[in-house]
Design a protein around this ligand. Structure first.
Ligand code: ZN
Length: 196
């Protein structure tokens, strides 16, 4: 239970999430971050805009990005812990998924995934890459072998070697997510803009 916050701090989390998603969101005013699928034991914050379904699970929610053919999902899942000092929550996962929307296809396709699984057990496979921010690069339909067999399965850790620093507290992790989203905007989304 590395990243813990009080229920009071959790109240401002939606606003923080909305702020760090700004570089990739098509319309910041339209972006809504709120609780979906929360219960007495968990709190799930997810992002959506008016292009999203009105009902569904937190992982069904989507928002438009600065690139019309890319749509995104972001959610954080927090689990409750009761301490003598009051109610606290720990972060189980924070996932940002970027999907490609091809008009010819009815379905969306994963493009790249930014994950953070801080609660992954230390002895689990790939734990030191999964616990902090890592990218999965999707290219399963690439004709260029072996890329398609390697990149989607690899955990490309963004802050490898600095795990303890990034996971020190929620502020440190938030800052790392903010930088990672900005990097995706400048290094990935902006390349899409140039393709047009
Ligand atoms: Zn992952």
């Amino acid at each position: 239970m590395r990243i813990q916050i009080s229920s009071k701090e959790l109240n401002s989390r939606n606003k923080t999430i909305k702020h760090f998603l700004k570089p990739i969101a098509r319309d910041y005013q339209d972006l809504y971050v709120g609780s979906t699928g929360s219960s007495t034991t968990q709190y799930i914050a997810s992002a959506k805009d008016n292009s999203s379904r009105t009902t569904g699970r937190y992982d069904d929610m989507r928002f438009r990005t600065v690139i019309p053919s890319l749509r995104a999902m972001y959610y954080e899942r927090w689990y409750r812990i009761d301490k003598s000092k009051g109610k606290f929550y720990y972060l189980d996962r924070a996932y940002l998924h970027i999907y490609m929307i091809e008009p010819a296809l009815a379905e969306e396709k994963e493009f790249c995934l930014l994950h953070c699984d801080p609660n992954e057990p230390d002895n689990a496979a790939h734990a030191k890459y999964k616990q902090s921010l890592h990218l999965h690069i999707e290219c399963t339909d690439s004709s260029c072998s072996p890329h398609c067999h390697i990149w989607p399965h690899a955990h490309i850790a963004l802050n490898t070697g600095y795990l303890n620093h990034v996971l020190r507290d929620v502020n440190s992790l938030t800052q790392a997510i903010e930088e990672a989203v900005l990097m995706l905007r400048e290094e990935v989304f902006d390349l899409f803009l140039k393709l047009r």
